[in-house]
Ligand binder design. Structure first.
Ligand code: ACM
Length: 537
């Protein structure tokens, strides 16, 4: 389905309110009703922390001469300190120098030795009348602590221009760490190409909710989006189309590195996907020899799936795949390489298995871990050490996935009827699709990744991911509208302990994010399932 050109934005007032807040500064408080002027209660954070002990009588207000202190001698802590100061400077207007001198007045980011409680991604946050101290074992842990501190500060802290304080945080102690190591978001940059700046802003937004992987769907029938030196026509020709016939586009290697570096500074790992052997029309159009009949396919700008396949029995196709995966792996510092594997309906079953049994070891030879949509669990496809299946089905039972898990596979949970951000919220939603049903925010939240699939125990779940396909989505505004508020719901399932799962409590914390999104200029879906806080100070 081609996207409708003219769109109605029910949440447009949110953006106008944000603009008004920025223009009027403190004056907006008097103009809005129900404004939240008090600092957030400690623990009103999303994802909800593991443990929160408020100190009712204490709070800390950032003074104009506050300093960000970081662990002496640690470049990693200094990097997170610079990120924190960069977050706080625009709205506070404070200088916030970053000093590598350990603990001091202001905000301190300290590295600890072994901390078996918080592990490699967790942190401890202490707020007293004198200071804020974040302690973690790693830079990633400090970064996660910074995201919590950010949410404990008033929503106006997100303002791109200086606004009046006070910048007060309630006192107490938080000890926090993730339930699952992998919390992901996916952008389909193939159906509609997305500019580098859009991808970077999405990374900034997902990091606020402690999402630490960005999966980029880099190739599909409608376009090829990454430059490959050994096969230049993939990007130069195969990148020139997209759904609906627009100009498409691709990332040069330098641009891809720019995305990867931007992500790394936010402790987000990029997971590149080259979808094989189906979803390959853009490649089949670019290189005739990839087709069994040796004839290049015409470019495709529709939205059908399942009609294309590399000619998996040709030796030159294997050389092609090896070259492409080698170049993409070399550009990617993260441990994962995603090979798609979904909806290969145009590839005979036996050929599919034989192909994947050659491709998986190719990925391993690049030093990467294989990730694929859960169809790589088809019988006949061998287990590859460490491999990860991304489950996108709609049922609570899938014998193929359970069998793959029994052979040692791990699973990233992305059930389409829960975690697909391109599904419409309800019949009124303009962008997106509905083949997996309507997915309101409660649908996105009310499931448990650790027990969702029969035969897939929590111990086999690497984490969760919220994919956003772009057959019927093409602008950043639409992406934001579809991701918020469902993306934070999936983020919480991936981070917070299962025992904290509680729709009412989640909905309250989610509603409190509304003013923050308004200040950030995020055009979110004002779900009727949630009571949204009004724009405050
Ligand atoms: C998929 O939605 N085809 C993975």
């Amino acid at each position: 389905m081609a996207p409708t050109p003219a769109r109605l934005w029910r949440s447009r007032p949110a953006r106008l309110t944000a603009v008004a807040a920025l223009v009027l500064g403190a004056g907006v408080v008097a103009l809005t009703t129900g404004a939240r002027t008090a600092p957030a209660p400690m623990g009103e954070v999303l994802p909800v922390p593991v443990s929160v002990r408020p100190a009712a009588d204490a709070s800390y207000t950032l003074p104009p001469d506050a300093v960000v202190h970081t662990e002496a001698g640690s470049a990693e802590a200094a990097k997170v300190g610079a990120y924190l100061a960069g977050l706080l400077r625009p709205s506070t207007g404070y200088a916030l120098p970053v000093v590598q001198d350990g603990e001091g007045r202001g905000v301190s980011l300290l590295l600890t030795g072994a901390d078996p409680v918080v592990g490699s991604q967790g942190y401890r946050l202490d707020v007293t009348g004198e200071a804020v101290v974040i302690r973690a074992r790693t830079g990633a842990g400090l970064f996660n602590g910074v995201q919590t501190l950010r949410q404990l500060l008033p929503p106006k802290v997100e303002s791109p221009t200086a606004v009046p304080g006070p910048w007060t945080v309630r006192g107490g102690r938080i000890v926090d760490y993730p339930r699952f190591p992998y919390r992901g978001a996916m952008l389909d940059v193939a159906r509609h190409f997305l500019p580098v700046e859009t991808v970077k802003r999405y990374i900034d937004r997902i990091a606020l909710y402690k999402i630490n992987h960005l999966h980029l769907h880099l190739s599909d029938d409608q376009g090829w989006r990454i430059a490959v030196d050994s096969r230049p026509r993939l990007a130069a020709y195969g990148g020139r189309t997209q759904v609906g016939g627009g100009p498409g586009g691709h990332y040069t290697k330098a641009q891809y590195r720019e995305i990867v570096d931007h992500a790394a500074r936010r402790y987000v790992t990029v997971v590149p996907e080259i979808d094989l052997p189906g979803h390959t029309n853009a490649a089949l159009a670019s290189y005739a020899e990839l087709n069994c009949d040796g004839r290049a396919r015409p470019p495709y700008t529709g939205t059908d799936v399942g009609f294309s396949s590399l000619c998996t029995t040709k030796e030159e196709v294997h050389t092609f795949v090896k070259d492409v995966l080698g170049e993409v792996a070399a550009l990617t510092p993260g441990p994962y390489l995603h090979i798609g594997g979904d909806e290969a309906r145009a590839t005979p079953t036996a050929r599919y298995a034989a192909f994947m049994n050659r491709v998986q070891p190719m990925v391993a030879a690049t030093g990467k871990t294989v990730v694929g949509w859960h169809q790589i669990g088809e019988p006949g496809v061998r287990h590859q050490e460490g491999r990860v299946l991304q489950y996108w089905g709609r049922t609570g039972s899938d014998p193929l996935v359970a069998e793959a898990v029994a052979r040692g596979a791990r699973v990233v949970m992305s059930p389409a009827n829960r975690a697909y951000l391109d599904m419409k919220y309800d019949p009124e939603t303009v962008p997106g699709q509905k083949w997996a049903g309507y997915v309101e925010v409660r649908d996105a939240y009310d499931w448990d990744p650790g027990s969702h699939l029969e035969g897939v125990p929590a111990s086999a779940v690497l984490g969760v991911e919220a994919p956003l396909w772009t057959e019927a989505i093409s602008t950043e505004e639409e992406i934001e509208y579809m991701a918020f508020p469902r993306l934070p719901a999936v983020a919480e399932l991936g981070w917070s302990p299962g025992a904290t799962h509680d729709w009412a409590a989640f909905a309250r914390r989610l509603g409190a994010q509304g003013p923050r999104w308004a200040v950030m200029g995020i055009d979110f879906h004002r779900s009727p399932q949630v009571s949204w806080d009004e724009q405050g100070d």
